[in-house]
Write a protein that binds this ligand. Sequence first.
Ligand code: ASP
Ligand code: MG
Length: 410
Amino acid sequence: MRILVQKFGGTSVAGLDRMQMVMGKVRNALNRGYKVIVVLSAMAGETNRLLEMASKWSDSPNRAELDSLVVTGEQVSISLFSMLLNDNGIKARSLLAYQIPITTNDDYGNARILHINGDRLRVLLAEYDVLVVAGFQGQTEDGRITTLGRGGSDTSAVALAAALRPDAECEIYTDVDGVYTTDPNLYGKARKLPKVAYEEMLEMASMGAKVLQIRSVEFAKKYNVPVHVRSTFSDDPGTLVTQEDSSMESVLVSGIAYDKDQARITLRKVFDRPGIAAALFGPLADAGVVVDMIIQNTSREGHTDITFTIPQKDLKETIKLMEQIQGELGATEIAYDSDVVKVSVIGVGMRNHAGVASKAFAALKNEGINILMISTSEIKITCLLEEKYGELAVRVLHDAFRLDTHDYEG
Ligand code: ASP
Ligand code: MG
């Protein structure tokens, strides 16, 4: 049995006309000999509407009940879509997570999938041509409803494909037609990538490229499920997110990511002694604040400055936490700045090539762009810049690495 998991997002199921387009994609797969598992999101805007409703009823909604509320959006999409398929002569049925089941832990609002009953899906696929599964939801071992985090239908789809390995392939349909070298809205020369490595996609997603939920990419990587990202509204082949191969390594850089939801904090003249970094970053970790770049300056007379970046939405809370420990750290001042942007050059090819960083820095220098902070990993060079230079930086880096052409070899 060849199985194709096809996931469609909120804009693809937003109305009858859209669902008819989705049906076209499903029919196409059936004609090619697949049994199909369709994973649907709630209609565009619906999950937000439900969340807003909850916030009117309660200042701090019970998290389990909140999940029980927001999963209803997907139930509407899957039953309507199944009706449509049946009316058009396609043998289909809808499935909520508990009917499979898709079992998760009990971290409501952000649950992790523990197990999917693949055998039950195979039995059902012998009877039906299409199973229409509610994305985003799961159930705990003792039967309570959970959700997988915003954008979680992507993860549902990848996990279903993983559970049906090696017979299943996975397509994720969205309103963009693939993964680009950079955001095409920022730079018209952005080019669609035919293929991108899991690691690169993870870096791009964590930098705010919203094509796939990060967790779905982690899942795909862990279980080696190639994920085909495509558009519902065209027949374009899209982008394959897959294992790294030698053709990817021959390309130095595959994309430039951009994230302006950043803030920078500096603590001046903290004590330079063991335990200070732990005292500083411990409370942030406990509060769930994800710290990204960290710089500690050289020490002078037993004191040093520490600068780090965090998501802008966590700025208030971070300052509050810093004020609480300011005395313990000895900091004379807490400075912050949210007019900053993070620009990253990403590519698995960097592992085997020297000189990528210097080339990036030279390109920024030529435009007179000052770099505030730098951090690097094996496959990424990130520069923190003043926000006003962000878009210019994306363009000059894109040009410097000639990302508008296919065949750059370094
Ligand atoms: N409907 C959910 C959300 O908006 C899940 C999804 O769309 O993937 O986050
Ligand atoms: Mg999405």
